[in-house]
Every structure is written in C-alpha cells, then in structure tokens.
Ligand binder design. Structure first.
Ligand SMILES: [Zn+2]
Length: 502
C-alpha cells in the first residue's frame, strides 16, 4: 500500500494556488467561448494528491492545535480540501452534464441556437410573443437535463455530508458561513414584506412601460432579462457606450481600470460566451479577469459596475497576505458587498443625468426603473432562499423536489416562474444567502458613505480611498465584521428597506 505524502499547511496552500489557477483558467476559456469542451476532470486528476482523506486529516489536526488567526486560515484550507474531495469524485459527471448542456440546441425560426445563446437572445427580442415562444423552447430544453442535474446534486450532497461529517445541509452551510440562516431568513422576510407596497406600485407602472398593454396578468420569467435591460430605454443606454461610461464612473472614484494591468478585460462577443458577466480571480491580486458580454441596455452598465467591484476587490488585496486571505473566503458575502456598492451607482438619479444628458425628471424616472428591478430581484432572492431552506430541510426524506419553488417566487415577484426551473435556478452552497447579506450590507455601506462622504459619494475619490482600504484586507473579514466597522448590526435592514421603498 502506498501512502501519499501529507503536506504541511504552508506547502498545501502553495500547491493549492497552482491548482486553483489552472481550474480558473480552464473555467474561463469554456465560459468565454474560446473552447467547446470542458476538461476540468483532467486537472482534478493531476492534483489528486491535494484532495485525499489523509491530507484532510492532516489539515484538521493542524487546525486543532492552531492559534485563533491561524485556525481561521486552516479552517478555510480544510473546507477547500473537503470541497476538492467532493469535486474530484464529481468532476467527470459534472463535465458530462456541462458538455451536454453546451451541445444542446433549440430550433427557433430556422436557427439552431445553443441554450446559452437562446438565453442571451431573450434579453434582446423586442416582441412579447416572440420572447414567450423562445422562452418556452429554451426552458423546455433546459428542463430535459433535470434528471441529470438532480443526480449530480444528490451525489454531491451525499459526499459533502460524509466528508464534512455534518449530515444536515442547512447546519453545514451555517457553520461554514458562521451565521444563522434562519435568523437571516426572518430579517429578510420582514424586509421583503416592508418593501411590498412600494413594489406593487413600481410593478404596475413598470410592467406597463416595459412589457406593454398586451402582457399577461402574470408574465413569465422569460421576460425578466428583457426588462432588466430596460429595453425601451436602450437608445439611451447603448451597447457602444457601456465600457466608456463605466470606466469614467470608476475613475471618479479614483480607480483607473485601463492602467491596472492585473485586471484583464474581456469584452468580446462570441456565440458560446455566457451572457452572464463574471469575474474570475485566477491568482489575486496578480491576475483577475473581468468578463462581460454587452447586449445593449442599462443592464450592461450595471453588470460591468458589479463585476468591476469584484475585480477591484480581488486585484486590490494586499499581496503580502497569505494566499488563503487573497483567494479563499468562507462564502461570497464579503466580495458581493463591493460589487453591490459599485452597481448601486447606477441607481443614483444624478449619475443618469450626468452621463446620458438627461433632464432631472427623466433621470429620476430611469433611476426609478432600476429601483423597480432591484426590488424585484431582492424579493426574488428572498423567496429563493426560503425555497432552498425548505428544499434542503426536506431533502433527506424526499430527495429534492420543486415543491414551493414556483409558488414562492411567483408570489414574491408577480412573475411566473415555472416549477421545472428549480434546479437550473439553484446555486450551490446557499449562494442566495450570500447575495442577500450583501444586499443588506451594501445598503448599510451606502448610508455610511452618504454620511461620511456626502450625497455625491459615488463621484468622490474619498469613497475610492475608503473602499481601497477595505479591499486591501482581501477575503479575510466576514460580511458581519464589515457591518461592525461601519456601525451597523448585521441584520439591520433599515437602510435596505428605505432604499427599496424610495
Ligand atoms: Zn457578484
């Protein structure tokens, strides 16, 4: 019997850095459409030594005897090792599923569209009936993969339960995030209810303006990405100006993305490129990719600002921090604060007036449209978290069902979400909870900035300076620690409710 070497935490961290670099780069080329076949499994196989039970035991042992700060770092390495053990066993099946989804085509009016291209097309199709038709085709095709998705999900859950030694999915995630998901859910449910009257007013007005009088009483989710683009206003928010305006907006904060060589911009349009913008932190702060695919409409600007927040965060981390605190977090709740605060600039009426030559009144009107989408998404995510809590609580007895998905999301948004969408709409590890914590925190941070810097916080270099000093800490702090620094209780949703209610 051969015994694989067990690395010390320091050796482990350094080899992990190389591994994550390769996986990130592989994920990137597939995501941006430079490569049609995902080969993550080969990388996982090459680094199999990182993810052995023996190595996990070794790290756990070191964690058991470490001092507080070192213990946190080792906790993250242990969690990464656990996730790697799970990923190694699942990689082949996940690749297979991913490749099948990449190969799927939707026949639409004589065209054979890849699923992602169909999804991207939905955002730009002007006709209500056309979107409905393509949306149904796209989601019928997507639903065909549900059996495979559920199998991969079950296999992953079984492995995670075993490797982490915590069989309860909700408790396991709470431990990793260091919060109570139930308390979070309660605070969010109250905030969502408090924003309901404002949402109803906004919905009546903006459904009419964005979808027209011929819409159904409860339009389907196929129209959401079209609404999010604010398509009727697309002449104002053109595809061509998106990058220039966003770079200018960031330069007001004192961030010059063009002269920051560690942030690589990929703004090209390719047929297989995912329409969702993203940041891939391949090796922060040395190498961070910011990837967007402009389609026209305000959402391009919002997505760019959002991802720029992530990119600046990773690229702004102190290079002398241990790798763990530049790349690994317990969850995504911290980095999403920075993406949200950058994106929040696109909801400032004066930003619309300044960059698009609008009158005060027009600018206020367009900013209201962005608030409408914001409330819609906040209520959607709260409903998603509620569904996911139910889903995982029931999971041991029913193996995962769509029960409640459509009801909860449709009830919260007034947009119909079909039940079969529940798996494609679910991100691993309660990512919805991380987004929602960032929603609360970014509103707190904005309130803090308005108080400390002024109403025009969004065009002052002082804001950039304050953000820069937060970015330097890398991925070390929790979202809740940031709340304490800016003087808020972590679950204080007051700033968020008042922002959503206008
Ligand atoms: Zn994000």
């Amino acid at each position: 019997m051969s015994v694989a070497a067990v690395r010390t935490p320091v050796e482990y961290e350094s080899r992990l850095q190389q591994y994550l670099y390769e996986r990130s780069e592989e994920g990137r080329v597939v995501r941006v459409g430079e490569k049609e076949v995902s080969e993550q499994a080969a990388i996982v196989a090459r680094y199999a030594d990182l993810f052995s039970r023996g190595q996990l035991d070794g790290l756990r042992e070191s964690a058991g005897t470490a001092e507080a700060d070192e213990r946190e770092r080792l906790f993250r390495l242990c969690k990464t090792c656990e996730a790697g053990i799970v990923a190694a066993e699942l990689a082949e099946r996940e690749d297979e599923l991913e490749n099948a989804i990449l190969a799927a085509r939707v026949s639409y009016r004589g065209e054979e569209l890849p699923l992602r291209a169909a999804q991207a097309r939905l955002a730009v199709l002007p006709g209500y009936e056309d979107r409905k038709q393509l949306g149904e085709l796209q989601s019928d095709m997507s639903a065909r993969f549900n059996t495979d998705r559920l199998e991969v999900l079950r296999a992953g859950e079984e492995l995670e339960a075993e490797v982490s030694e915590e069989p309860d999915a909700v408790r396991r995630n709470e431990e990793e995030k260091g919060i109570s998901l139930e308390e979070l859910e309660r605070a969010l449910a109250e905030a969502s209810a408090a924003a309901e009257p404002a949402y109803q007013r906004l919905r009546d007005r903006w459904f009419e303006r964005l979808l027209g009088p011929g819409r159904e009483a409860v339009p389907a989710s196929y129209h959401v990405s079209y609404m999010r683009r604010l398509s009727p206003l697309a002449d104002t928010y053109t595809k061509e100006r998106a990058v220039e305006v966003c770079l200018e907006t960031l330069s007001r904060l004192g961030f010059d993305l063009r002269s920051q060589p560690n942030i690589r911009l990929d703004l090209d349009d390719r047929p297989q490129k995912s329409p969702r913008a993203c940041v891939i932190a391949s090796d922060p702060p040395r190498l961070v990719h910011l990837i967007t695919r402009a389609q026209g409409g305000l959402h391009d600007y919002q997505a760019f600002m959002h991802e720029a927040g992530h990119a600046l965060h990773y690229a702004g981390s102190n290079p002398s921090l241990p790798y763990t605190y530049r790349r690994l977090a317990r969850d995504h709740a911290l980095t999403e604060i920075y993406s949200y605060i950058c994106e929040a600039i696109t909801r400032e009426p004066a930003w619309h007036a300044e960059h698009f030559g609008l009158s005060q009144e027009q600018a206020a009107d367009n900013a209201e449209a962005t608030r409408f989408m914001e409330v819609l998404f906040f209520r959607r995510y709260t409903a998603k978290l509620q569904f996911e809590l139910d889903f995982w609580s029931r999971f041991p007895s029913d193996g995962g069902t769509p029960d409640g998905y459509s009801e909860r999301l449709t009830g919260a948004t007034g947009v119909w979400y079909r039940p079969e969408g529940f798996l494609a709409d679910m991100d691993a590890g309660f990512y919805s909870a991380d987004y929602l914590r960032a929603w609360i925190r970014a509103a707190q941070l904005r309130t803090f900035l308005v108080r400390e810097v002024g109403d025009d916080w969004w065009r002052r270099t002082e804001t950039g300076d304050r953000l820069r000093s937060l970015f330097r800490e890398g991925t070390r702090p929790s979202s809740e620690e940031i709340a304490a620094r800016i003087g808020f209780d972590p679950l204080d949703t007051g700033p968020l409710v008042s922002e959503l209610s206008g």
